[in-house]
Design a protein around this ligand. Structure first.
Ligand code: DGY
Length: 316
């Protein structure tokens, strides 16, 4: 008998697929998710878990998941799971790559453009009835075209962001752990050069010990006072308190942030600023993509339960 726990609400089609393929589906059909204790209780007797980035699988939690063969994360990121510890315990971990690449890149650009052209400030201005007349310098922002975009992490999403920059005739710089062969005209530079020369800095690295606080006070101080920082990767890659200070004291001009260090909490100083666009971790949130991510996670779990190699096995 096969049995799966789905820890949080996913797309209905994915639940239908699981129900057609697995003997028992325990579905926690809420957006609240479950805490560590409930996760352990509900996992008893299951062989698979369809999880989300809010479920934390530390080595200590994994130790207590007797019988679990696969954890299928509905996300491309898997920093919520101690993958080496899972592998050591014979648990497969899967994620949902590719299907969200373009959607996430679109959203990085959404934040970049909203910040550069002050769209949120403009919306608030019109909405509050302050708009009385056209003025030559009303909410003037920055040009995007022909300027320099710096990308941290030229993986799938970073490349999709770089590809979009071609339409704006931009110079594209990137930094990564190594030079990556690309046909996007993206130029490999060291971290300092990227920070010093970019008008827009967009972060696309996975969260790991090596990337935690990749952008902190020293990095922000290297950036241009006109620069815009965009983060759609993971909150802890950027030091939120340092970004708030940099924005307040104008070491940089603007930021567009979709991810935060302690979601759903946002640093209170950021909430008080006008030169930041904030979004609630929605970079992959298009209808089509969230459905595909859910389906992919269901397919991964089913493959694992049926003893097949899941299509999107995470290997570290
Ligand atoms: C991911 O997939 O890792 C995102 O953060 C949620 O889409």
């Amino acid at each position: 008998m096969t049995s799966v726990l789905v820890t949080k609400r996913i797309w209905p089609d994915a639940i239908d697929l699981l129900r057609r393929s697995v003997d028992e589906v325990e579905y926690v059909e809420t957006d609240d998710g479950i805490g560590a204790e409930e996760l352990l209780t509900r996992s008893r007797g299951k062989q698979a878990i369809v999880s989300q980035l809010t479920d934390k699988f530390t080595a200590a939690v994994l130790d207590q998941l007797a019988g679990i063969r696969i954890i299928s994360n509905v996300a491309v990121g898997f920093d919520n799971i101690d993958v080496p510890a899972a592998v050591a315990r014979g648990i497969l971990v899967t994620n949902t790559p590719d299907v969200l690449t373009d959607t996430t890149a679109d959203f990085a650009w959404t934040l970049l453009m909203a910040a550069a052209r002050r769209v949120v400030e403009g919306h608030a201005y019109v909405h509050s009835g302050q708009w009385r007349k056209w003025a030559v310098d009303l909410l003037v922002g920055q040009d995007i075209h022909h300027r320099t975009l710096g990308i941290f992490g030229l993986g799938r999403i970073g490349q999709a962001v770089a590809r979009r920059a071609r339409g704006f005739s931009m110079r594209v710089l990137y930094h990564d752990v190594q030079e990556i062969d690309n046909d996007l005209g993206a130029e490999f530079v060291d971290k300092e050069t990227l920070l010093r020369e970019s008008d827009f800095v967009s972060v696309h690295v996975p969260l790991s010990d090596a990337t935690r606080k990749l952008i902190g006070e020293p990095e922000l101080r290297l950036m241009k006072p006109t620069a815009i920082l965009v983060n759609t990767s993971r909150g802890p890659v950027v030091d939120e308190a340092a970004v708030a200070r940099a924005l307040r004291e104008r070491w940089i001009a603007y930021a567009g942030l979709d991810v935060f260090e302690r979601e759903p909490q946002v640093h209170p100083d950021l909430l008080a600023l006008e030169n930041v666009v904030l979004a609630p971790h929605i970079a992959s949130a298009s209808i089509e993509t969230r459905r595909k991510m859910s389906m992919m996670a269901a397919e991964n779990a089913i493959a694992g339960l049926q003893g097949r190699r899941p299509p999107n096995l995470v290997q570290v």
